[in-house]
Ligand binder design. Structure first.
Ligand SMILES: [Zn+2]
Length: 80
C-alpha cells in the first residue's frame, strides 16, 4: 500500500514541491532470502541475497522534507 509511483526505464522521481530529482530518503520493506555461509570459526558471510518482495513505504525529499510528494517525469533522453 503505497502512494509512491515506481520509476521505470523511462521515468524518474521528481519532488512536486521543490523539483528535486536526485536525493530522497526511501523507507523500504523487503522480504529477503539470504544464503548464509559460516566458516569453521562461526563467522558468517551472506553470499547471496534474493529479494522475494519489496514495498516502498514512503519517500522523503532530502531538500524540502516533503513526504510522498513525488511524481514521475521522463528521464532525459528517454524515448517518448
Ligand atoms: Zn522537495
Amino acid at each position: 500500500m503505497t502512494t509512491v509511483p515506481q520509476p521505470t526505464d523511462g521515468t524518474r522521481w521528481r519532488c512536486t514541491l521543490c523539483g528535486n530529482l536526485t536525493r530522497f530518503d526511501v523507507t523500504r520493506t523487503s522480504k529477503v532470502v539470504e544464503y548464509v555461509h559460516l566458516d569453521l570459526a562461526g563467522e558468517s558471510t551472506v553470499e547471496e541475497r534474493e529479494v522475494v518482495s519489496e514495498t516502498i513505504e514512503s519517500v522523503r525529499c532530502r531538500w524540502c522534507n516533503a513526504v510522498d510528494q513525488i511524481e514521475l517525469v521522463d528521464r532525459p533522453g528517454a524515448d517518448s
